[in-house]
Design a protein around this ligand. Structure first.
Ligand code: NSS
Length: 431
């Protein structure tokens, strides 16, 4: 039997007889010759069928095949400068595995609703495939850095009894006679896990019933969340710089071709590296105001403020020491100014905005009990979490990097919905 390489491996089969399996991407009918562009997930290959070199039945089949039909081709690999990838297949055998019906996605422009309704087919197009490959690399690189730097992967539950990031965005599910919530973040469990392992991370889907329709929000998104015992705010920011830089450099090194397909200028990413600017919340409010956008001290940055702020940078940058009232219950208060918290978000440049949220956690039992009461959180559901402050409490910090926001920034996407295979947004649960 002939070898059956992928298109990515084709160069080492020059002059050889091979079998190629894939889908018809495009076809050009030149009368006595059919140019079939075949894609197999690893690349696109030009395959040439000549009427006077193949049996009549093979030529008739080549003529009939429709875009997205699945095919098995047999032929000889030969160098051709004009072909994408530098090789073409001189076809002598063709098996139509399935003749596709008229394909709804044509090379013309489609509206976004149409494309989202056909997301299951849209993901076959080169740009969407390139974005999803970058996504896979972001995840691989993030986990690689953590695995190589002493973090243990400890999985956290998806079904949970209580909120982490505010009660307004909880997804409720029936849990027999009880109710449970889909997790908003693995953080609280990470905090238990560091008391066993020192440094941990979790990686998984997280859920927020966001009522707002923005280009930055999904209802289901993936987050990688490192947590570290004996680490305080300053040290944490240094770790984030190394972590994010590694991710960007790995994408540049391994997915350059995909960035090109997407149309992302790599020079913007080549600049990324430590140290990232650090902006105190007070100063960030001033920067927003100077650019003519209203903002009260004490408020969190909304979408317009975040965009304006991040347009002023060409590196990711930290905003730190947010007012305690715009952050979650677990944030350690600043000992010098207790109205502030030891928190830091990392914002991506070029208008992208927040990609990481994090900070130092309350380590004192009394302060934590007080915050849970003030925010009217169900104390009972947090008893286990309070235990962590009863048995060997330590200063500790952690953060969560949103995969889709990071991918949107690295790829230069206008909207986060293209950064996940099947986006879940307000009013969209299909396909
Ligand atoms: O709410 S966060 O700012 N922080 C946390 O969840 C912490 N508990 C994480 C931690 O310290 N372990 O969310 C973190 C990141 C944020 O910076 C975004 O990148 C992403 O999660 N995020 C989202 N991405 C897409 N859609 C939505 N709705 C969304 N919400 C947060």
């Amino acid at each position: 039997m002939d070898p059956s390489p992928t298109i990515a491996e084709i160069a080492s089969f020059a002059g050889k007889e091979i079998t190629l399996k894939g889908w018809l991407y495009q076809k050009t009918d030149k009368g006595k010759l059919q140019f079939l562009l075949l894609r197999d997930g690893t690349g696109i290959m030009q395959c040439v069928v000549l009427e006077n070199e193949v049996p009549a039945s093979v030529y008739a089949a080549a003529r009939k095949v429709t875009p997205e039909s699945s095919l098995i081709l047999r032929g000889t690999v030969r160098p051709d400068k004009r072909a994408p990838g530098g090789y073409e297949l001189a076809v002598h055998g063709l098996e139509v595995v399935h003749l596709a019906q008229e394909y709804p996605i044509a090379p013309k422009e489609h509206g976004i609703d149409f494309l989202l309704d056909h997301r299951h087919l849209w993901i076959r197009t080169p740009r969407q495939m390139a974005i999803l490959r970058v996504r896979a690399e972001v995840i691989r690189a993030a986990r690689e850095w953590l695995d190589n730097n002493g973090f243990v992967l400890v999985d956290t539950p998806i079904l949970t009894p209580a909120a982490v990031e505010g009660t307004t965005t909880l997804f409720e599910v029936k849990y027999f006679e009880d109710i449970a919530y889909l997790t908003q973040s693995g953080q609280l469990y990470n905090e238990a896990d560091i008391m066993a392992f020192g440094k941990v991370y979790c990686f998984g889907p997280t859920f927020r019933a966001e009522r707002s329709k923005t280009r930055r929000h999904l209802l289901e998104f993936w987050m990688v969340e490192p947590e570290m015992a004996f680490v305080e705010l300053e040290e944490m920011m240094g770790i984030e710089e190394e972590f994010v830089t590694h991710i960007v450099r790995q994408v540049l090194a391994r997915r350059g071709g995909d960035l090109e397909t997407i149309g992302r200028d790599p020079r913007k990413l080549q600049k990324i590296g430590p140290h990232f600017p650090r902006v105190h919340y007070d100063e960030a409010v001033e920067m927003v105001r100077k650019k003519g956008e209203e903002m009260a001290w004490g408020d969190d940055f909304g979408a317009p403020q975040e965009t304006i702020l991040s347009q002023g940078f060409d590196q990711p940058f930290f905003v730190h020491h947010y007012p305690e009232k715009c952050k979650a219950f677990y944030m350690e208060p600043d000992p010098q100014r207790p109205e502030l918290s030891l928190s830091a978000d990392l914002l991506a440049p070029e208008g992208y905005g927040e990609i990481i949220g994090g900070g130092q956690r309350i380590s004192d039992l009394k302060i934590l009990e007080k915050r849970i009461a003030e925010q009217n959180l169900p104390r009972q559901a947090f008893e286990w979490y309070l235990d962590l402050r009863r048995y060997g409490s330590v200063p500790h910090s952690g953060f969560g990097l949103g995969i889709e926001r990071t991918v949107a920034w690295i790829c230069g996407l206008k909207h986060i919905r293209e950064a996940i295979p099947f986006p879940r947004t307000l009013y969209r649960l299909y396909p």
